[in-house]
Write a protein that binds this ligand. Structure first.
Ligand SMILES: Nc1ncnc2c1ncn2[C@@H]1O[C@H](COP(=O)(O)OP(=O)(O)O)[C@@H](O)[C@H]1O
Ligand SMILES: Cc1ncsc1CCOP(=O)(O)O
Ligand SMILES: [Mg+2]
Length: 263
């Protein structure tokens, strides 16, 4: 499914509304442009509600939380829900920090199409001990498998857990996605960019009729394939970033789809 979805995305250049964090803003916008989408970073509550209603998809990311941003997140997610705009929750840093943990739990109640995070964040969102340290995971993807399945079933959402091998579930089916490169853990906002790209695939899937699990797996495969190619070419974290953006613009959807294991 990855080839037609990526083609559809590139043909349609979907508008992806991001309420994201201060660290990830430019990198997520560049990742969206590279993959073929059109980013808009809008966080004021009034504007966020307007945009989420008409965007192709929305991503809400809790990475730099504030009460002001929380208002924009609620407004955007509520408007997306009411308008039928697919939206993705990236619960960055949830667990060790209280305001964002509370806000993410409220956002979860607004019915995200996809929840995407690292293993510690997914464990914490499910109310379990996740052991997160700041925004980084301290446990592996498979440690969060039960929590991910439970979240997916309870909230009727797709849960994507990233790590060395990503694991995605809709509560019934499980897809694992390989590829990637260790350098992806050595640059900031890589997971945030993955969330933004996944939202772009959700927008594309509205046109192709693909389900959210298929769309999310295709996005993870495209990010994994471009990460592997960029990692092979880079000297370190600094040269990895531009190489990854280049690969994201060049990646072939059909080749990337081979990374998806629909176990
Ligand atoms: N050691 C690794 N090997 C391969 N891919 C990785 C590795 N670490 C991270 N990735 C990839 O980087 C992206 C971001 O994942 P991750 O680092 O878990 O997110 P976050 O930044 O939210 O913690 C995902 O596509 C994931 O597959
Ligand atoms: C370092 C940092 N601090 C607050 S948000 C952020 C970026 C986190 O990005 P990612 O979750 O993609 O690693
Ligand atoms: Mg993250």
């Amino acid at each position: 499914m990855s080839a037609p979805l990526l083609d559809s995305l590139r043909e349609r250049t979907p508008l992806v509304h991001c309420v994201t964090n201060l660290v990830a803003t430019t990198f997520s916008a560049n990742a969206l442009l590279a993959v073929g989408a059109s980013p808009a970073m809008v966080e004021d509550a009034e504007e966020a509600a307007e945009l989420a209603a008409v965007a192709g998809a929305l991503v809400v990311n809790t990475g730099t939380m504030s009460r002001f941003r929380a208002e924009g997140m609620h407004a955007a997610a509520s408007a997306a829900r009411d308008a039928g705009t697919p939206w993705l929750l990236d619960p960055v840093g949830v667990g060790p920090l209280s305001l964002r943990t509370h806000v993410a739990s409220e956002l979860l109640g607004l019915g995200p199409t996809v929840v995407r995070g690292n293993a510690s964040e997914i464990l914490a969102l499910a109310g379990r001990e996740g052991g997160g340290r700041g925004v980084d995971a301290t446990v592996g993807v498979e440690d969060a498998a039960d929590a991910a399945d439970e979240l997916a079933r309870t909230h009727g959402t797709v849960v994507a857990v990233s790590g060395v091998v990503d694991r995605l579930t809709d509560g019934t089916r499980v897809h694992r996605v390989g590829g990637g490169h260790p350098l992806m853990g050595r640059v900031t906002a890589m997971g945030c960019a993955l969330g933004a790209v996944t939202a772009a695939f959700l927008a594309a899937a509205r046109a192709t009729g693909d389900d959210p699990l298929t769309a999310a797996a295709a996005a993870h495969a495209v990010v994994g394939a471009s990460g592997a190619a960029a990692g092979a070419a880079a000297r370190g974290p600094g040269s990895f970033v531009p190489a990854w953006l280049d690969e994201l613009a060049l990646v072939d959807g059909a080749a990337a789809a081979a990374l998806v294991d629909p176990a």
